[in-house]
Ligand binder design. Structure first.
Ligand SMILES: [Fe+2]
Length: 280
């Protein structure tokens, strides 16, 4: 099941992926290679300035606390500097990758408290949409929240468990959990307004507003098994967003769930349609 780097590099070249996979190490990491052009630095600042205007009001405070603690949005981050801060704050580090990497090494990085971040950035023409995740998505979206201990622990647990869930046939189910929490998760703490923390939302100018403020977004209370059964959208706005009451609720649900039993119970069922039948 483990794919070697040379095979993966050939596959990525055939698929036209942008990163240079030929220089990957065995764990699919590369050197960040900090030699970004002035134009790339300008794109980074544009993206961060524009998105920060939204995250200030729509992001969960733990994400904003993470941004403040890392304090590196005025220039393309140096991954070594970020890792130094992240290690002290939460025992995590970031590693550079050329883009998407296979599931098994990705989970292995998470299980060892390393988050893979793409080392290249979208162009000026791609400010609003990019097919492959780039550094802005990976860094601006994912990294600040890793400073939060409970969420950071959940991410490690997810990395440790994912392989065994996949081995049982729960590939789609474990992916949906990541999608609806790590990528598109919302949070409403008791007595507090609705906020977002998922990286897909943090790095999207339009969907962040739609998910939190748009009157048409469908909000559903988080339930682990429901999440694992619910289909999702890849290149459209989600038709439902799951709302957590706290990160503790996510970690505790994952830690105490019998994932093998859920997979055994639900394997082969058609995915739930997020627009129908989910309790809000
Ligand atoms: Fe992501």
């Amino acid at each position: 099941m483990t794919m070697n780097v040379a095979d993966y590099a050939r596959e990525c070249a055939a698929r036209g992926l942008r990163g240079d996979y030929s220089v990957c190490r065995a764990d699919f990491t590369v050197a960040q290679g900090y030699n970004y052009s002035d134009e790339e630095q300008a794109v980074w600042r544009t993206l961060c300035d524009r998105q920060t205007k939204l995250t200030r009001k729509l992001a969960h405070h733990s994400y904003l606390d993470g941004v403040a603690a890392l304090g590196l949005l005025d220039k393309i981050p140096d991954f070594g500097e970020v890792s130094e801060k992240l290690r002290k704050l939460a025992g995590w580090e970031i590693v550079a990758v050329p883009g998407l990497i296979p599931a098994q090494p990705f989970f292995d990085h998470l299980a060892n408290r390393r988050f893979p971040v793409t080392n290249w950035l979208r162009t000026q023409k791609e400010l609003d949409y990019i097919v492959e995740p780039d550094m802005f998505h990976d860094f601006f979206g994912h990294v600040p929240i890793l400073t939060q201990p409970v969420f950071a622990d959940f991410m490690q647990m997810y990395g440790k468990e994912a392989d065994s869930v996949i081995a049982l046939g729960g590939d789609e189910m474990i992916t949906r959990l990541y999608w609806y929490t790590v990528e598109y998760g919302l949070m409403r703490e008791p007595g507090q307004p609705l906020k977002a923390f998922g990286a897909g939302l943090m790095s999207s100018f339009t969907e962040l507003q739609f998910a939190v403020e748009g009157g048409e977004a469908h909000h559903v209370a988080f339930d682990l098994e429901t999440v694992m059964r619910t289909g999702y959208e890849i290149d459209k706005f989600q038709r439902a967003y799951f709302v957590l009451p706290s990160f503790d609720a996510l970690r505790d649900a994952f830690e105490t769930a019998d994932l093998a039993a859920i997979v055994a119970r639900r394997k082969g069922e058609p995915a739930l349609d997020p627009a129908k039948g989910l309790k809000g």
